[in-house]
Design a protein around this ligand. Structure first.
Ligand SMILES: [Zn+2]
Length: 83
């Protein structure tokens, strides 16, 4: 087996295609795949940031709703108590 120093069996992390790494840390078969993977990761990160913001907003809304319900409940109980 004379395939000594170059590993040709790496597979691209983006398209999954086989390629010969030019560096030990090469992860993609082409600059196109590298860019595409970078864009994909940026997109994913943006989605995660948005989801975190939505979750935080939902939490605040939930707190607000609980506070309103509590106030309404207390007001209703005060009314029916009738001093
Ligand atoms: Zn690729």
């Amino acid at each position: 087996m004379p395939s000594g120093r170059m590993r040709a069996d790496a597979s691209c992390e983006h398209c999954g295609g086989p390629f010969q790494p030019t560096r030990p840390w090469s992860r993609f078969c082409s600059p196109e795949c590298r860019k595409a993977a970078y864009r994909e990761r940026r997109r994913q990160e943006a989605v995660e940031r948005l989801e975190a913001r939505v979750r935080a907003a939902m939490g605040r809304i939930e707190e607000r709703v609980r506070a309103v319900v509590r106030e309404e409940l207390e007001a209703a109980l005060d009314d029916s108590g009738g001093e």
